[in-house]
Every structure is written in C-alpha cells, then in structure tokens.
Design a protein around this ligand. Structure first.
Ligand SMILES: Cc1ncc(C[n+]2csc(CCOP(=O)(O)OP(=O)(O)O)c2C)c(N)n1
Ligand SMILES: [Mg+2]
Length: 616
C-alpha cells in the first residue's frame, strides 16, 4: 500500500477538489473555480473548516440564498461551455432543500455543478437533530433524497472512506459529455469531521480533457446518404454546438453546403445572428424565416438539441410528410428522439466528418437563395418591433431595442430566463459571439436571472453582463444582487415592470381564461402594491435609476457604463404587447368543458391546432 495521509472526510473533499485541473485555451487552470457556501450546523465545522484551509487555492464565496448561489454555479458552467464548474455547500434541511430547484435547472440544461449538502448524523445518536425531518417508516431517508431526481449521480457519505470512490465517480459524471449534469454528494455531518488514512495518490493533480466521441461508421454513412438526397434541408443548432465549441465547424458546414440554420434558445449565438444563413430562432418563439424553413424541410439535421416543445412547436411545426431527421448528439437518448436517424457523436467531430464526406455537395441553389428574402423580411420585422418610441409604456421589444443599441455589442452577454422576455429575446436579440446570449430556458426558472448574471460575470469578467428581468422574476429572487456588489462583479440589470406576470396573463387570455391572479390588478389585494424597485436595488448597494422613456433608458445605460458596480435601471412596460410576427402554436391544454364561453371557443381552436401535431 502506498503512503497515506490522515484527514477528515471534509478535508479529503477540499484537497481533492483543488487538485482537479483542466486546460482552457492552452492554459492549465483549476477545473473548480470556487465553492459557494452558506454555512449552518450541518457544514460549518466540517466542510467549512476544511475550506478555510484551502482558501488560497480553492476560493469560498459567500452568498445570500442557497438557490441563488446554485443558480450562479449553473450559469458559471454554462458560460464556461461546461469546461469549468463550481461546487455548492450548505447545511442540512432548509439550506440543502433550497438548492433542489437549482439542481433541477442544472439537470434539465445538462450543466455540471457539484452539490455538497450537509446531511443528518450517520451515527444517529443525537437524533432528531435540528432540521431533521424524521421519516416514521424509513430510517435512511433525509430531505437530501429530494436531490436524487435532479442529480446525474447521487451518493450519501456515511463512512469517511466512501468519499474516495464517490469523488472519482463525481468527476467522471461532471466531465462526461453524455452524462454531464449535477452531482450530489450528501455529506453526513458527523462523517465530515471523521478522520481516515487516505491514500496520498487521491490528491495527486489530475488534468481533465474534453472527450470528443466520433461517430459510428454505419450511422455516419446513413446520415450522409440522407443528406445527399435532401432538397430542402435545415440545420437546428442547439446548446450542444456551443458546449462542443463547434461554432466554426457549424459556420463552415452551413456555408459549404448551402443549408440554412435555425437556433434553439440554448443554441442561439452558435452562429452570429447577422450570418446570411442564420435564420434565427425556431419554433414557438421562432422567426418567420426559420419557421418557414422548418415547415417545408425534408431533412432536418438536429445538432446538439433536446428537441423540446418550444423548438418543435409541440411537434406541429414540421409539415413535410416525408421529413427525415438526423440527430447529431453525444447523447443517444437525444439523437434517437422521434425516430431520428441517430448520429451519436461530438458535434464538432460529427460536423467535420459529415462535411468531408459530402464534399462539394450543396443544397439546390434556388432553395438556399430563399434564405436571403426570408431573412430580409424577418429583419424588417425586427426593426419595426425594436424601433425607438415615445409611448408612455413601451413594449418589451422596444426595451430590447434600446439595450441592443447601447450595450448589446460583441462584448456583451445577455442573461435572462423567464417571463415574456425569453420569447421576445429569442426572436429579436442579435447575438454576435458564441455565448453572447445566455438564456436559461430548459427550466425557465424565475429568479435565475440576477444570480445567473453573477455566475456569468465570474466566468467572463471582461464581458458586459446585461441581465434583463421582469418584475415577477426580480421579486422571486434578487438576493445575489447584493452578492454581485460585494464581490465587485458588475452587472447591468434592466428591470421591466409591467405590474405582474404578464406572459402568463397573456397565456391565460389565449386559453380563454379570465384575467385572474397574474397581473397585480387582477389579484386579491387589500392595498395595490407599488413596489419601488429602484429604491430596493439601491438599498442592496447597487447604483439604481428609474427611467420613463426609451430615450432616457438609452441615456441611463450609457451613463451606467462609468459606474464601478452593479447598476439597476427600472422601466415601466406594457403587459399586453408582444411581437406578432413569427411564432408558432404551443400545446397548452385547454379545458374540455367549462361554463365559460371563452374557454369553449378556445377549446375549439385548441382541438383544431392539435390536428397538425404528429404523434410518436
Ligand atoms: C420558479 C417559477 N415559478 C413559476 C414560473 C411560471 N412563470 C413563468 S413566467 C411567469 C411570470 C413572470 O413574470 P415577470 O418576471 O414579471 O415577467 P413577465 O411575464 O411580466 O414578462 C411565471 C409565473 C416559472 N417559470 N418559474
Ligand atoms: Mg412582469
């Protein structure tokens, strides 16, 4: 047996984490950029003390809300294209459970985060400890079992030596392009503090590299044969293109073979929006250009996408009866969706090999040329929707225009997640560089925006990180605004206050519902709230202003560039206006029976729309 070193389990964790490295742009860097922590009795003495010992190599960052810090970790991983990530430690009980929603965000978006919640005593002697739930029928259950459904790998550490294999499995999952997602190591409080003679080799430096699986020969041949027969092909680019860093290969592929590209929410910025073959967003929040290509496509090359309902228009978007889909994805689960011809491979490898095999093959020239007119028509719609206005209450689109004109250049990263903004931004935002558009639309988790912005700024300190957030999302979680000030990570935050849940109110109206419980005015209120977002943001340490016109908004954004810290600009907006051009039906189930005639009418339209859905 080799040499050993006596450490507590918690010390073994921190020593191990600091030894994990990767290579980014030819430079060796720690793969863990740091550990977010909020301490309680379940982690302060164990992990807390162990983190203190390694604070110079593995920084600990204090947050204000466990969900917020975990969102920041998720956003860090996304903005780092999954090359680097962070860990999050909490106490037991509420602190741990506060991270579960964010673990869901990481899981659905396939993003690596290491969750280290504290857990109850493995020895059970002091039971029930503060914050222990006590299951009457199962002595092994704790709140941390809630992480199981939102973790790619879950383990509970009840003996100090278990951490040896658990840490290795955790790293394998976090760095695996297929399995990539959240890992939860649930660390029993007493075991964190227990010592063990660990093999010294566990703490040797390890350098992780990006694995790029190459396609199977038969799958590649089948994909080439299908593409060669295509007359109206379309590429759908998803987040996998960015995580594979295949943006140059995508551009070359589209150009070489004359194939238009449509982008999902996660895939936007994989091709610059001003590229002649970039048709922009697809699906429910799609451009007229991308959706026209999708409707007629005979071959779809879906690269690095989960084909979620916003992309497929709830599977009513594609109208060609002879459509064939090729799923180029590292994950077989995604590659084979809906009878796609799977091409299981890394996007970069797959696109390169496909292109080599296709050689000089091109889609029919007349077909490729339609991209220009369709794009021109769409860009005219963008210009109309985003043009400056003197209206008392501007639309979200007009605010987007102002943000784009002032701070939306190639050095910016636009961050958003929920509300009406994601749809408008997907359609209208002009992304320039890979990663310049950061939309969390797998979970579309309200409250991600500001915390996520902080994670992006940690990953991209040189970038202008711009967060656009509705009043609803701001109210749901804004605590990491203060953390951004504290850490000197400047964000520019635009708060669009339309007095409520505008997009759900519109959805409610669209499904025949009465205006009920969404906008503040339609809710049960004794006193109409008049929330002063400017004063609130200022109280958290930000520089904050409220503006009352698009012109003032542009001036305020320009002025904020000189500020040394997070700046918040608040503007009132119209809750009813959205961009009518583009878009597609979305399956939201309308009641089959109702005493209200509006619902019955909406149900009729719903039944009709469902007729264009393909099943299976
Ligand atoms: C955590 C969470 N709860 C609920 C929802 C459902 N939801 C989606 S958007 C939305 C309203 C968002 O309001 P706001 O941020 O003001 O944006 P607006 O719709 O007004 O543009 C709600 C309740 C969600 N996506 N996330
Ligand atoms: Mg709102």
């Amino acid at each position: 047996m080799g040499k050993t070193i006596r450490l507590t389990m918690a010390q073994a964790v921190t020593h191990f984490l600091k030894a994990q490295m990767t290579v980014v742009d030819g430079k060796k860097v720690p793969i863990f950029a740091g550990v977010w922590g909020i301490f309680g009795h379940g982690n302060v003495a164990g992990i807390g003390e162990a983190l203190y010992q390694v604070r110079n190599e593995l920084p600990t960052l204090r947050a204000h809300n466990e969900q917020g810090m975990a969102h920041a970790a998720v956003a860090f991983a996304k903005a780092s294209f999954r090359q680097r990530f962070m860990a999050c430690t909490t106490s037991i009980g509420p602190g741990a459970l506060n991270m579960v929603t964010a673990a869901g965000v990481a899981h659905v978006n396939r993003l690596p985060v290491l969750f280290l919640p504290g857990d109850v005593f493995a020895n059970r002697i002091p039971d029930p400890v503060l914050q222990q739930i006590e299951d009457f029928n199962d002595g092994t259950v704790s709140v941390n079992d809630a992480f199981r459904c939102v973790s790619r790998y879950f383990d509970r550490i009840t003996r100090p030596e278990q951490i040896i294999s658990a840490l290795k499995r955790a790293m394998q999952v976090l760095t695996d392009p297929v399995d990539c997602g959240p890992v939860t190591l649930s660390l029993c409080q007493d075991v964190q503090a227990e010592a063990y003679d660990y093999p010294e080799s566990l703490f040797n430096e390890k350098v992780w590299t990006h694995r790029r699986p190459r396609p199977d020969t038969d799958e590649l041949a089948a994909a080439i044969a299908t593409l060669r027969k295509a007359e109206k092909p379309l590429i759908i680019a998803g987040g996998g293109v960015l995580y594979s860093q295949a943006t140059a290969e995508l551009k070359a592929f589209a150009g070489m073979h004359g194939i238009p590209v449509a982008v999902t929410q996660a895939g936007k910025s994989a091709l610059p929006d001003d590229h002649p073959l970039c048709m922009g967003s697809i699906g429910v929040t799609g451009t007229s250009a991308a959706n026209a290509f999708a409707e007629e496509a005979d071959v779809i090359l879906a690269v690095g996408t989960r084909m979620q309902d916003f992309t497929t228009g709830s599977w009513a978007l594609f109208k060609n009866d002879n459509i064939k889909m090729i799923g180029l994805n590292t994950v077989a689960f995604d590659a084979a969706k809906r009878d796609s011809q799977p091409l299981v491979a890394d996007a970069r490898e797959g696109l390169t090999l496909l292109s080599e095999a296709l050689g000089g093959w091109k889609a029919p020239a007349a077909f490729t040329e339609t991209a220009k007119t369709r794009k021109d028509t769409w860009m005219a719609a963008v210009a109309r929707a985003t043009a400056p206005t003197n209206a008392d209450l501007p639309s979200d689109a007009q605010v987007i225009g102002a943000v784009q004109r002032t701070i939306g250049g190639e050095n910016s990263v636009l961050v958003c997640a929920a509300g009406g903004l994601p749809g408008e931004l997907h359609k209208l935002w002009q992304a320039q560089k890979p990663g310049g558009y950061h939309m969390e639309y797998g979970f579309s988790c309200m409250g991600y925006e500001i915390a996520g912005g902080l994670g992006v700024k940690i990953a991209r300190p040189e970038a202008d990180v711009v967060v656009m957030v509705g009043d609803g999302s701001y109210m749901m979680m804004n605590s990491e605004l203060s953390t951004s000030v504290m850490l000197g990570k400047k964000l520019t935050i635009i708060v669009l206050d339309n007095r409520g849940y505008g997009c759900i109110n519109r959805l409610q109206m669209g499904t025949g519902g009465a205006n009920f419980n969404n906008l503040l005015k339609d809710s049960m209120i004794e006193m109409m709230p008049d929330i002063d977002f400017r004063a609130h943001a200022e109280s958290m340490g930000a520089v904050a202003v409220k503006v009352s016109s698009i012109a003032d908004l542009e001036t305020a954004i320009q002025n904020s560039k000189g500020n040394d810290r997070t700046s918040v600009i608040v503007i009132d907006t119209d809750p009813l206006i959205t961009t009518k051009e583009g878009g597609h039906w979305w399956d939201v189930a309308v009641p089959e029976v109702s005493p209200r005639s509006e619902v019955n009418t909406a149900r009729e339209a719903y039944v009709k729309a469902r007729a264009s859905q393909t099943i299976g």
